[in-house]
Design a protein around this ligand. Structure first.
Ligand code: FAD
Length: 357
């Protein structure tokens, strides 16, 4: 079996599948995790996106806890102009999450003293939200893969895929490999990889998101992730500093994403407008791609039209938090078994004539 893509998706499914198959991961870059998987905010949030994402996240929490995750909490806060948005968020998530609670405004202001009081009219906190260690997670899957006899080949950008006599022949600059099954875990490049194999695309949309690190001159280690309910800013502690993101969603082609000056300036402006911090120096800026399918549910399973072609794409902004369990589900589907989430994630739902749910 050949897994194309050595990000969180590819390495995690390879680790799980190598219990049943001989697996090789082909990664275009010299290191696994160079693209989206090395650029995330690394949090696991229950009240996020949709019920499928929630169902793919919660069973993986013990794995995260065993690999460097710690509880930080995720705050959704509204100023007096956006209380209706917080009401709608609460109506959607409080029936399903036992971790979502009201937090007194005074407690919020005491815990994160940089917040301006006018920025905080009401606060909800998901107490159990985790800050993850994405590097430790990826490393755990890489080690498990190697221990079960699998391998990762770096600098192997698959450039051609042919099918003959029931097997796939994959070629890159200085190598080739024959495999009975391909797992397409190429992230933003998922549709491009499918095209190489003559498989119709699913319509993946990569969206660029930017981030910066600032030193706010406080001990931030006990702060939660803070998310403005308008969905246009969040920040969280990161190695003694604050990671700040304008939560941008700019459509772009698959690429080595770089931050735009304007997005960083917008982040700084929004951050300063709700805190008493003046940002004078940025420690680091970066950007990465969050790649979605139209319904914001991953595409996971064998292609309905082309034999031996398995999709593992569309993990959007939740590919780290879902990795421990989604990789298990994907490995199960690779063995031909079924799973209760298989129908929702079936890649065939994007093909002409597929019945709408
Ligand atoms: C700013 C930001 C914040 C985020 N925050 C979170 C968060 O808090 N929690 C969370 O769960 N998720 C978060 N995400 C999303 C998460 O990072 C992604 O969902 C996840 O990393 C996707 O993993 P992947 O393996 O599919 O993609 P990638 O990590 O991009 O891996 C795909 C790999 O495929 C390789 N590849 C492509 N084409 C080929 C080819 N032809 N041959 C060989 N290899 C190829 C690429 O080189 C790449 O390494 C965030 C993302 C961003 C950008």
């Amino acid at each position: 079996m050949a897994v194309i893509g050595g990000g969180m998706a590819g390495v995690s499914v390879a680790a799980r599948a190598s219990e049943h198959f001989q697996v090789t991961v082909l990664e275009a870059e010299s290191q696994p995790g160079y693209h989206s998987s090395g650029r995330s905010a690394a949090v696991a949030i229950e009240c996020y996106e949709n019920e499928v994402v929630r169902s793919l996240t919660l069973p993986g929490i013990p794995y995260h806890r065993a690999h460097g995750a710690r509880t930080i909490g995720c705050v959704s806060l509204a100023d007096s102009d956006h209380l209706d948005m917080l009401d709608r968020f609460e109506a959607e998530w409080s029936p399903v999450s036992s971790s979502l609670e009201e937090m007194p405004v005074a407690e919020m202001l005491a815990r994160v003293p940089i917040l301006k009081s006018e920025a905080v009219a009401r606060v909800l906190i998901e107490r159990d939200a985790l800050s993850l260690d994405a590097h430790a997670l990826l490393e755990s899957f890489r080690k498990a893969l190697i221990e079960t006899g699998g391998r990762i080949i770096g600098n192997a950008r698959v450039a051609a895929i042919e099918r003959s006599n029931g097997a796939w022949e994959l070629t890159w600059a200085d190598g080739s490999l024959s495999a009975d099954v391909i797992v397409n875990a190429a992230g933003a490049w998922g549709d491009a990889v499918a095209e190489l194999a003559g498989v119709p695309p699913l319509g993946l949309t990569p969206l660029r998101r930017s981030a910066l690190l600032v030193d706010v001159g406080h001990d931030v280690s006990s702060w939660p992730l803070i998310h403005r309910i308008q969905g246009d800013l969040y920040f969280k502690p990161e190695a003694g500093l604050l990671m700040v993101s304008p939560a941008d969603v700019t459509a772009c082609s698959p690429c080595d994403a770089q931050p735009e000056e304007l997005d960083i300036a917008i982040a700084v402006d929004r951050f300063q407008s709700m805190t008493n911090v003046t940002v004078s120096r940025l420690t680091r800026t970066w950007a990465g791609l969050r790649t979605f399918l139209a319904d914001e549910i991953p595409g996971v399973g064998f292609d309905p039209q082309i034999d031996g072609f398995f999709w593992l794409v569309g993990q959007g902004g939740f590919g780290i938090q879902t990795a421990p369990y989604l990789s298990q589900v994907a490995a199960l589907l690779l063995t031909g078994a079924d799973h209760e989430l298989a129908g929702s994630m079936n890649p065939g739902r994007f093909r002409p004539g597929a019945a709408a749910d």
